[in-house]
Design a binder for this molecule. Structure first.
Ligand code: NAP
Ligand code: ZN
Length: 409
């Protein structure tokens, strides 16, 4: 769920006072902003710094407070690290769950929270041991920034299931600076090169950013469950993940149906390549689809009565839940038994597989449908995502953070 942490480790409370101080200083003096940025530009010509540097960011100081401008610390560039100047960052519904502390107590949020795990940036500095990137390259960072690298799941390229807990991009344990990690709503990020994805030349950078979470989260289970040409695939929920799932399933020549709660998305579903789109409330249409589907992916961000979708699975078919973290609702044991049906879950994807989906999409010109926004529009964008009103992923143009300075929304 883009959100694993070491099970027994609650992140230390952050250096909130530092962040507040930074934020207030920025608010008090626009001049200081200019000084800070030019100092930063000078520092980054050094591949390996000696101490943490400050970065500008947008985040929440507490649950349900609007996101606002603040300063955070980024670690010095170590031998294996890449420093990215963040160009774009997508807004995933997981960012909202975290910023609002909605997953507490399963995954409590440590504040201040700087979300963002669909990050595209330009390499500004590399450590002495880095081989994959050079200054000027474009790199991507998804939901993880580290893992143990030695457990059986990491060795099998499934770092998202690291037995010691992978380090997630934000709200994870920061093993270098202490406290917790900060995500991509920021002007820069330092990440070990193993967790930085190569972005193919010529890619539409803003529309590629969402593939680093929405893309891999829908691609990985399609690989695992071997979604293939001619199969009947259902996508439940047409939002950020859902619209990419439609494009990926169509690219595999599956016959795709979208299940939506929004009448206004029926036409969009077909434009995206689905052959059919059905409203949940259309019980006659749902009945006609009984026992028809080979594979369903549910991207709905909370639990809901699921039996109506189990009913449309055919013998031996699987519904993969990637959305709801809370207890699933209304599933009949008999409904699974009589038809040997399965409900499964899936979390993002490993680093090799994330590289694979980025390359796969670049080769086929698959990208997200995005609305590019400025950093000060994040709070409005959050409201629109919650209202199911995003078409279909908001992406922040991070150049706006560099000029926003003291702006609050
Ligand atoms: P999103 O853009 O908000 O899309 C979710 C879609 O689900 C909505 O557009 C809407 O589609 C439908 N929906 C929303 N609320 C609903 C409700 N109350 N009842 C029924 N349908 C509802 O969200 P997203 O960014 O795609 O993320 C979806 C979920 O996946 C989130 O919970 C996120 O945290 C999670 N996630 C999981 C992973 C993982 O690794 N498993 C990775 C990333 C995200 P319609 O209008 O078509 O009904
Ligand atoms: Zn995400």
């Amino acid at each position: 769920m883009c959100d694993q942490r070491e099970g027994d480790h609650r992140p230390e409370m952050p250096s909130r006072r530092d962040v507040l101080k930074g934020s207030l200083a920025l608010a008090a003096s626009p001049l200081l902003v200019g000084v800070a940025s030019s100092a930063y530009a000078a520092q980054t010509s050094e591949p390996v710094g000696t101490g943490p540097t400050s970065a500008r960011a947008y985040g929440a100081l507490k649950a349900n407070s609007p996101l606002e401008s603040m300063q955070i610390k980024r670690r010095a560039v170590g031998p294996n690290d890449v420093l990215l100047d963040v160009l774009y960052c997508g807004i995933c519904h997981s960012d909202i769950h975290h910023a609002h502390d909605e997953w507490n107590p399963i995954v409590p949020t440590a504040f201040p929270c700087v979300p963002g795990h669909e990050i595209i940036g330009r390499v500004q500095a590399v450590g002495s041991a880095v081989t994959k990137f050079k200054v000027g390259d474009i790199g991507g960072v998804g939901c993880m920034v580290d893992s143990c690298g030695t457990c059986e799941n990491c060795l099998d390229d499934r770092e998202q299931y690291c037995l010691k807990g992978s380090t997630v991009t934000y709200n994870g344990r920061d093993t270098v600076l202490g406290g917790h990690t900060f995500g991509g709503y920021s002007d820069k990020v330092v990440v070990t090169e193993r967790f930085v994805i190569r972005i193919p030349p010529g890619a539409d950078l803003a529309a590629t950013a969402p593939l680093l979470c929405a893309g891999i989260t829908t691609f990985s289970p399609m690989q695992h469950w071997k979604v293939a040409a001619g199969q009947r695939v259902g996508v439940i929920g047409l939002g950020g993940l859902g619209h990419v799932a439609v494009k990926l399933a169509v690219s595999r020549r599956a016959d795709v149906t979208v299940f939506t709660t929004s009448p206004s998305k029926i036409a969009d579903a077909k434009r995206l390549g689905a052959t059919n789109a059905v409203l949940w409330s259309d019980s006659a249409a749902m009945k006609q689809l009984a026992n028809k589907f080979d594979y369903l992916i549910s991207t709905v961000p909370q639990a809901y009565p699921m039996q109506q979708f189990i009913d449309v699975l055919k013998l031996d078919a699987t519904l993969v839940n990637v959305g709801a973290l809370d207890a699933l609702q209304g599933v009949s044991g008999g409904g699974l038994i009589f038809g040997r049906k399965s409900i499964a879950g899936s979390a993002i994807g490993g680093i090799a597989e994330t590289q694979e989906v980025i390359d796969y999409c670049a080769a086929r010109n698959i990208k997200a449908d995005i609305e590019l926004i400025r950093v000060e529009d994040i709070n409005r964008a959050y409201d629109r995502v919650v209202d199911k009103d995003v078409r279909y992923r908001f992406v922040i143009d991070m150049a706006s953070l560099k000029v926003a300075g003291t702006t609050r929304s």
